[in-house]
Write a protein that binds this ligand. Structure first.
Ligand SMILES: [Zn+2]
Ligand SMILES: [Zn+2]
Ligand SMILES: [Zn+2]
Length: 512
């Protein structure tokens, strides 16, 4: 079923915003994402018609160099969702986040689809050509799923970094708390080496580092230390050594690699010693050829020579893919491929304290979960607190009673299982009457632990990920790799990490 997108008002009445400066609503005070996204929809977007239950769609019209670009905001109610849980939250290590009531998608379709209807929500995830596709849960945690169709060059109307800049401005202005992005592979044929890693090897940091995204977690318990070590190892590979090794192998692939290395060495006026040098140069060629704003004079090679050699973007891309595929295959052991392809980068936004205008508190909660059953199995290892907290914003003259009501409303509006949640106390302030002013006892910007009533402990819609992971490799959360449950301790482990001792039983190495 295709969605019927029809602007309620005539398209002529649609307000148009400048793409390069657009950052959503201008707030006198910033609240939490949950509240800010509503202001954004009210102030900057126009509702579209849809007949899907639990789905609302708005459109914002942005203009760049005379071209009109649609930005869609889609609100999905989790209660009606075909996919209430978020796998990417689990992969990012956020599986113990409670399921949020709503999630918002921000989408700019590829330019060839600007005049067409958006597909139904069920089909939104099947398209990987979006110029922008981000999803943010109403608790302010979200994921950047696709940027520029995962193409570095973007589209003919927008550069990749222009879209990324827009996304970053929107996230900041909407009070987003954390966004994760998978180190996305976009080079056809470069199956063993993602673009993210390629950037890591070439520049010592991720493609998203410019926007302050930092390595967060990888598959098989990969941590920052091991990630950086792998990047260093690959980057430091000596090109002369590669050439020698390939000459010894002397097959069609190795001969091709040596021709390729020779070709780029000839083009670059600077002597290249390591794989990092070579990849850096190749990326600079790619960038110069695709980036309209590149300052060609500043680079240290001659574009004329490149053009006369009829080199184009695609052949550089192809060369990078080919080189990465074969060099990393020769220099990394197989498991390293898997590890290096599944990394998540995360950007966190800190609360902006506006203590002269409002009081802001981060309020985590001690949960009271009664024993929960999953099928016929007792789940006893669920966390007993919501350390994540929620941002509660209060007027300067708010009382402790006001704080409790505001925190209650905040949790009720955010999480599915907390619809009837009640705050029974505030740790450290419990000796005070409800009528006492909060600011006399607590400075704005601080943290206040709440105590509350038992939450609706249904398994349905409780946590984003339900599998509790404790694998021998160090993984403490799902990471997109195949997993199975240990029959003894009931923790989940990677299939690859299970004990070999009992081939036909599912038993982890800790229990074996
Ligand atoms: Zn998620
Ligand atoms: Zn494992
Ligand atoms: Zn076990």
């Amino acid at each position: 079923m295709a969605l019927k997108i029809q602007e309620k008002n005539n398209k002529q009445n649609l307000k148009i915003y400048d793409f390069k400066n657009f950052s959503g609503p201008s707030f006198p005070i910033t609240y939490s994402f949950r509240q800010n996204i509503r202001s954004f929809i009210q102030e900057n977007a126009q509702e579209c018609c849809t007949d899907e239950e639990g789905v609302k769609i708005w459109i914002t019209c942005l203009e760049n160099n005379g071209v009109k670009i649609p930005l869609y905001t889609i609100e999905e109610s989790i209660q009606h969702s075909y996919k209430p849980y978020c796998r990417i939250c689990s992969y990012t290590g956020w599986s113990v986040h409670l399921v949020s009531k709503r999630r918002y998608r921000l989408i700019i379709p590829n330019s060839d689809k600007w005049d067409k209807q958006l597909p139904s929500v069920v089909d939104l995830d099947n398209d990987s050509t979006y110029l922008l596709h981000g999803v943010i849960h109403c608790n302010g945690f979200g994921h950047l799923l696709c940027i520029s169709g995962n193409q570095e060059k973007g589209s003919k109307h927008l550069c990749g970094y222009e879209v990324m800049d827009l996304w970053d401005r929107l996230c900041t202005n909407l009070g987003t708390r954390s966004i994760s992005v998978k180190d996305m592979s976009n080079i056809k044929g470069a199956g063993t080496m993602s673009l993210g890693l390629l950037y890591g090897v070439a520049n010592g940091q991720s493609r998203f580092a410019k926007w302050n995204y930092r390595f967060h977690n990888g598959a098989y318990g990969l941590d920052l230390k091991r990630f950086e070590a792998a990047i260093r190892t690959l980057g430091a590979i000596n090109l002369n050594e590669v050439v020698e090794n390939m000459a010894i192998k002397d097959n069609s692939d190795s001969r091709k690699i040596n021709v390729l290395i020779g070709k780029y060495r000839l083009w670059n006026r600077v002597n290249m010693i390591t794989l990092r040098d070579l990849l850096k140069f190749m990326i600079s060629l790619l960038k110069a050829a695709t980036d309209r704003h590149a300052n060609l004079e500043a680079s240290n090679y001659s574009l004329d020579r490149l053009l006369s050699a009829s080199e184009d973007v695609n052949s550089v891309r192809h060369d990078i893919a080919y080189l990465c595929e074969h060099v990393s295959r020769s220099y990394l052991k197989k498991p390293a491929f898997v590890i290096l392809r599944n990394n998540y980068f995360v950007k966190e936004w800190k609360i902006k304290d506006e203590g002269d205008k409002v009081l802001k508190f981060m309020c985590p909660v001690r949960l009271f979960l009664s024993p929960t059953y999953y099928g016929d199995r007792l789940i006893s290892k669920l966390p007993q607190s919501l350390e994540l907290g929620e941002l509660v914003v209060l007027p300067l003259n708010a009382t402790i009673g006001d704080l409790k009501v505001a925190a209650e409303n905040c949790y009720r509006d955010t999480y599915f299982v907390m619809g009837t949640f009640q705050v029974t106390g505030v740790e450290g302030l419990n000796h005070l009457e409800d009528g006492v002013l909060v600011r006399e006892h607590m400075k704005s910007g601080g943290q206040l632990w709440l105590q509350g009533t038992e939450i609706q402990h249904t398994v349905r819609f409780l946590y984003q990920g339900f599998q509790l992971v404790n694998c021998i490799c160090g993984a403490k959360a799902q990471d997109g790799q195949k997993m199975q449950e240990c029959d003894i301790c009931h923790y989940w482990m990677h299939r690859r990490c299970k004990s070999e001792k009992y081939r036909y039983l599912s038993i982890c190495k800790n229990c074996a």
